[in-house]
Write a protein that binds this ligand. Sequence first.
Ligand code: ZN
Length: 125
Amino acid sequence: MGLYRSDSSPQLWVRKQSRILDVALTRLRLGHTRLTAYLHRLGLSPDPYYPWCRTVEETIEHFLLDCPCFHSHRVVLRDRLVALGVSTFDLPTLLAAVGVHFLHQAAVLRLTCVFLKKCGQLPRL
Ligand SMILES: [Zn+2]
């Protein structure tokens, strides 16, 4: 939880139509994914890099915030967040709608899930 929250208070949960999205969001929140940086840490991948980003470890932060492979989907996500009045683009915002007005929290999590789905990486999360 240290990636996006500093306490264990109850958090907003938006039930998705898809179990794979529920699982992906939960794994991202817990920091236990199949991204190569984490597989490498467990000795399950020879290196921590994603094939297209050979010099940057494939962490949750890289995947969600920086990876150029998903830039176009990220631009759409950012635009939709800005339309909701959310200008912060970080893990707490994307994974738990931290700091977002309560009326928009569910929408932020839904937009994050749309991004996750469009990236086509759900089996790796
Ligand atoms: Zn990358």
